[in-house]
Ligand binder design. Structure first.
Ligand SMILES: Nc1nc2c(ncn2[C@@H]2O[C@H](COP(=O)(O)OP(=O)(O)OP(=O)(O)O)[C@@H](O)[C@H]2O)c(=O)[nH]1
Length: 332
């Protein structure tokens, strides 16, 4: 067994989480959430659960602690009535939802989220999100992480019942220092996968056991999951989370882009000065030779190159828009 597999087995066996505090966080444009802060017995990282709706409660937060008082419970955000349990668990068994074996792949627009029945509504909508300081705090346009966080919080709030589990696994768990070195390599032609490899780091060093334990603590065993990442689905399923639906996350710069081989296709953004924008104009009728492909690829924004690599090299399960199919990344 590789050291990585041994480590992940150890994590799975020994990991325990505890919710230390829960507080209300109103947001500018996404409504109100209850943020739960978790400690664990393996390291000092403080993972978070950002909860929407009135149905989700933490077991560990609400259980009675040594020398507990009403005031202590109020300060940590626990219910004053101890040991509250809600009937969310095993809804599938009670109502026969376990028949849903296949993971449906539905583009969940805000409209059809509203149309689901009350019963289905109880299955939480979940995003397992990994920390990205560069995009979420200092507005980097190299990746779409901040957009994914923003959109998933909005979708979950609109749905009325769900959680973003926010994992402190910066840079797919290689840490900020390595990620910043990877960015320098990416500025010299490496893609996001090759850069990690060059630094002797795993391409994706994340482990989702902590997320599964947090969901367990929140008394959630059946979910709808917002993701494009098949590895996340596989790991969570093997950790006992029943995923009844996979909801893709289409990056906003790829929305409304489609195949139209008879016309010159234009993908002009309204903000052509922004590095995040997609201001390229391709003629799909042209068959490009190798050096033209190389040259077209070099015109892509950092974000486009990143998204393209996620689909082409990391198996992310979303269709590549036409104009990118015609500009394969250099390592393909
Ligand atoms: N090493 C490295 N990490 C990155 C880079 N860009 C973003 N990240 C990290 O990638 C993580 C997010 O992973 P993504 O691959 O974007 O998305 P995902 O969570 O795997 O998949 P989805 O569920 O579909 O969003 C965060 O921890 C980011 O800090 C990069 O260029 N290099």
């Amino acid at each position: 067994m590789s050291p990585q597999i041994i480590e992940s087995h150890n994590i799975e066996k020994n990991l325990k989480v505890r919710c230390e505090v829960r507080c209300r966080i109103p947001t500018k444009d996404k409504g109100e959430f209850y943020v739960h802060l978790y400690t664990n017995n393996l390291n000092n990282k403080k993972h978070l659960a950002i909860v929407a709706g009135p149905y989700i409660y933490s077991k560990s937060l609400n259980e009675v602690r040594e020398n507990d008082t009403d005031e202590k419970r109020m300060i940590r955000g626990a219910t004053i009535k101890p040991n509250i349990t809600l009937p969310l668990k095993s809804l599938d068994k009670v109502n026969g939802i376990s028949n849903i074996q296949k993971i449906n792949e539905t583009v969940f627009s805000n409209n059809n989220i509203n149309k689901i029945t009350d019963l289905e509504h109880k299955i939480p909508l979940v995003r397992i999100h990994s920390e990205c300081f560069t995009s979420e705090t200092i507005f980097s346009c190299r990746c779409d992480c901040a957009e994914q966080l923003d959109r998933s919080m909005k979708q979950i709030q609109n749905y009325g019942n769900g959680v973003v589990v926010y994992l402190r696994q910066e840079g797919r768990n290689i840490g900020l220092l390595n990620k910043m070195m990877a960015y320098n390599l990416q500025d010299h032609g490496y893609d996001t996968v090759e850069a990690n490899v060059k630094l002797n780091q795993p391409v994706d060093g994340r482990n989702y056991t902590i997320a599964a334990r947090i969901l367990e603590d929140l008394q959630i065993d059946t979910i709808r999951l917002l993701t494009n990442n098949p590895d996340k689905i596989e790991q969570l399923s093997s950790l006992g989370i029943n995923i009844v639906e996979r909801i893709p996350m289409i990056p906003s710069i790829w929305e409304n882009k489609h195949i139209n081989c008879n016309h010159q296709t234009q993908y002009l953004s309204s903000d052509s000065n922004s590095n995040c924008s997609n201001d390229l104009d391709y003629d799909m009728n042209n068959i490009l030779n190798e050096s033209e492909v190389e040259s077209e690829h070099s015109k892509l924004t950092d974000l486009e190159k990143y998204l393209q690599t996620k689909v082409e090299s990391m198996n992310h399960d979303i269709p590549l828009p036409d104009y990118l199919i015609h500009t394969h990344s250099h390592n393909n």
